[in-house]
Design a protein around this ligand. Structure first.
Ligand code: NDP
Length: 283
C-alpha cells in the first residue's frame, strides 16, 4: 500500500481562504482583527516563527504588531506590556513566543494574557474549557491536525486513536480533541512499555515526541491515518518528522509529510483563533 499524502500546504490555503471570508466580514463591520506577537530575546528559530506569523496575518488582512523585547527584559515589564495589550481594543489576540528567557516565569506570562485574547489556547481557563469540550480558542497545532483529518474525510468516531506524546501544547490537547469527536483514545509516553503494541492498533496515529523518525512502518497498522507533528533537523540539515516517512507510507492509508503537513496548519489556526477572538469581542 502507498499512503495518500495529506497535503498540509494545500489544505492550509483552503482553510485560510475560509477564515479570510470571516475576517472580511468583520472588516465590513469596521473591525479589523488584530494580533500582537511578543518575542523576548534573540532566539533564531523563534524569530523565523514570528516572521511567518506576521506574514500570514498580512495575507489574511489581519492587523499585526510585532513586539521585540530585549533578552534581559524584566518579568514585570513583560507583564506590564501584556496588561497594556489586554486593554487595547485594536488587539484581539496576544501571543508570547515561547520559550521565554529563564528569568521569566512562563506560567505567569500565560496567565497574564486575557483568556479572551489567548489565541494559543494555553491560559488555564481555556485549558479547562478544552477539557470540558467547549474550547473557544483551541491550541493551534492539535486544532490544525484535527482540521487535516476533517478535510481528508477521515472518520474519527468509534476509531482507535493513539497519541504518542503528552505535552501540554500538542499531545494532551490532541487526545482531548479526538475524545470529544468520539474516538477511543490511548496516550503513550516515554514510559509506555511496548509502544509498538499500541501504535500497531491505531486507526489514527498522532506522533508528537520530538524524536526523529522513531515510528517506523512496522509499528503502523495497515491503512491507518498517520499525523506526524514532529519537526526535527538532522545533523546534515534535513527536516524530518517523528515518523520514518519512507517506511510508514508503504503501510499507512494516509500520512502527513514533514515539512508540509501539520506545520502550515499551526499558523493557519492561529489566524483562525485571532478572527474568532475578534468575532467574540463584538458579541
Ligand atoms: P515535548 O518534548 O514537550 O513532549 C514530547 C512528548 O513525547 C513527551 O510527552 C514524552 O514523554 C514523549 N516521548 C518522548 N520520547 C518518547 C518515546 N520514545 N516514546 C513515547 N513517547 C515519547 O514536545 P512537544 O509536544 O512540544 O513537540 C513534539 C514535536 O512536535 C517536536 O518535534 C516539536 O518540534 C514538534 N512541534 C511541531 C509543531 C508544528 O507546528 N508542527 C508545533 C509544536 C511542536 P514523557 O512525557 O514521558 O517525557
Amino acid at each position: 500500500m502507498t499512503a495518500k499524502i495529506i497535503d498540509g500546504k494545500t489544505i492550509a490555503q483552503e482553510v485560510r481562504a475560509e477564515w479570510k471570508v470571516r475576517a472580511d466580514a468583520l472588516k465590513a463591520r469596521g473591525i479589523t482583527p488584530g494580533l500582537a506577537v511578543i518575542i523576548v530575546g534573540e532566539d533564531a528559530a523563534s524569530r523565523i516563527y514570528v516572521g511567518n506569523k506576521v506574514k500570514a496575518c498580512a495575507e489574511l488582512g489581519i492587523h499585526s504588531e510585532h513586539i521585540a523585547l530585549p533578552a534581559d527584559t524584566p518579568e514585570t515589564a513583560l507583564l506590564a506590556k501584556i496588561a497594556e495589550l489586554n486593554a487595547n481594543t485594536a488587539i484581539h489576540g496576544i501571543l508570547v513566543q515561547l520559550p521565554v528567557p529563564k528569568h521569566i516565569d512562563s506560567n505567569k506570562v500565560l496567565e497574564a494574557i486575557s483568556p479572551r485574547k489567548d489565541v494559543d489556547g494555553f491560559h488555564p481557563q481555556n485549558v479547562g474549557a478544552l477539557v470540558a469540550g467547549n474550547a473557544a480558542l483551541p491550541p493551534c497545532t492539535p486544532y490544525g491536525a484535527m482540521n487535516l483529518l476533517e478535510k481528508m474525510g477521515i472518520e474519527i468516531e468509534g476509531k482507535h486513536a493513539v497519541v504518542v506524546g503528552r505535552s501540554n501544547i500538542v499531545g494532551k490537547p490532541m487526545a482531548l480533541m479526538l475524545l470529544h469527536k468520539n474516538a477511543t483514545v490511548t496516550i503513550c509516553t516515554s514510559r509506555t512499555s511496548d509502544l509498538a503494541h499500541h501504535t500497531r492498533d491505531a486507526d489514527i496515529l498522532v506522533v508528537a515526541t520530538g524524536k526523529p523518525q522513531m515510528i517506523t512502518g512496522d509499528m503502523i497498522k495497515p491503512g491507518a491515518a498517520v499525523i506526524d507533528v514532529g519537526i526535527n533537523r538532522l545533523p546534515g540539515g534535513k527536516l524530518v518528522g517523528d515518523v520514518d516517512f519512507d517506511s510508514a507510507k508503504e503501510v499507512a492509508g494516509y500520512i502527513t509529510p514533514v515539512p508540509g503537513g501539520v506545520g502550515p496548519m499551526t499558523i493557519t489556526m492561529l489566524m483562525a483563533n485571532t478572527v474568532q477572538a475578534a468575532e467574540r469581542a463584538i458579541k
